[in-house]
Ligand binder design. Structure first.
Ligand code: NAD
Length: 307
């Protein structure tokens, strides 16, 4: 059996060494394709692979068609919108993610982004504190829950909304107020931290109306996905409301325009860095390798996302 690790943006050496060790122990071969620059390179490398580990790399129907032996694809990370799930399913390929492995890294970045904006992007002058402010968590999954915990530790008043969590006890046990709707959450959040996945339902769902409903001086923090933002609506709201701010870890399509128009009220990391910590890198990479071994040896499909 051959596991291919295909990463345009490579894992750390510690992670690839760990993945190789897990493969070796299972009696499998491990191959690395790093910093590739064309889909053709990926298609060639995947031709004899039984299992594939990727990060944000796109696993399209075209790539899958070039991998006749492929049985499992694991996205080392949480979001798996880079995998063509329908194409995987059509071929009987199991697709997985590694939920929770990079959540702490993303949560720490979300908190850092709030403080960065509260202090005027570290330019001289008087800023504000996040303690005592209202923090809204949109989607209470692995990342959202940690951001809520850290927000509380920093003295923030935390509310959350997640359409799939209807048991108030889940929020109450964490000392988090359960918002009854998306609208209520945005209306009452000085900082709104976005943690929704990019799905057909959520794409373009955060725009003008929600932003305009936010309190004076509010900041929208996006460590989720750029696709969930309606960028035209965002620009319109930032234009009409000179008090609003937007910070994102996912480069917007209109980043240049936003930066030019909104100066210190807008910031984007140049390249997604939420999960870019040594710890998250290793955690997600090793989890992906272990999940592959468990699947190939014992048929374990715990983290399958195309069931
Ligand atoms: P998760 O799967 O643990 O949680 C997602 C939550 O979203 C779940 O609780 C689910 O109930 C909720 N949800 C699903 N559809 C929803 C909807 N329509 N409206 C509101 N909530 C909805 O995921 P996670 O690990 O917490 O990651 C959250 C997001 O962060 C994902 O979009 C992921 O792609 C992104 N992410 C970004 C980085 C980065 O580098 N910036 C790294 C990891 C994850």
């Amino acid at each position: 059996m051959k596991i291919l690790v295909a990463t345009e943006k490579p894992f750390s050496k510690q992670a690839t060494d760990g993945i190789a060790a897990i493969a070796r122990e299972a009696g499998y071969e491990c191959a690395l394709l790093e910093k590739y620059t064309s889909v053709d390179e990926l298609k060639t490398a995947v031709a004899d692979a039984d299992a594939l580990i990727v990060r944000s790399d796109k696993v399209t129907a075209d790539v899958i068609a070039a991998a006749p032996k492929l049985k499992i694809v694991v996205r080392a990370g949480a979001g798996y919108d880079n995998l063509d799930l329908a194409a995987c399913t059509a071929r009987g390929i199991v697709a997985m993610n590694t939920p929770g492995q990079n959540s702490n890294a993303v949560a720490e970045l979300a908190i850092a982004m709030m403080i960065f904006m509260a202090r005027n992007q570290f330019t001289p002058g008087t800023g504000t504190e996040i303690s005592g402010k209202r923090l809204g968590i949109h989607a209470y999954g692995n990342v959202g829950r940690i951001v809520a915990r850290y927000g509380k530790a920093l003295g923030m008043e935390v509310s959350a909304y997640d359409p799939f969590i209807t048991d108030p006890a889940i929020f109450a046990n964490d000392g988090v107020k359960m918002a009854s709707s998306v609208a209520e959450l945005y209306r009452n959040s000085d900082y709104l931290s976005l943690h929704i996945p990019a799905t057909a339902e959520t794409k373009g769902s955060i725009g003008y109306d929600l932003l305009m409903s936010m309190p004076k001086g509010a900041t929208l923090v996006n460590t989720a996905r750029k696709e969930v933002i309606d960028e035209a609506g965002l620009a319109k709201a930032l234009t009409e409301r000179p008090d609003l701010k937007y910070i994102t870890d996912i480069l917007p399509d209109t980043a240049a325009e936003l930066a030019e128009k909104f100066d210190k009220r807008f910031f984007t990391t140049p390249k997604k860095m939420g999960a870019e910590t040594a710890e998250a890198n290793v955690n997600a990479g090793l989890a992906a390798a272990r999940q592959i071994v468990s699947f190939l040896k014992d048929g374990v499909t715990k983290f399958q996302v195309n069931k």
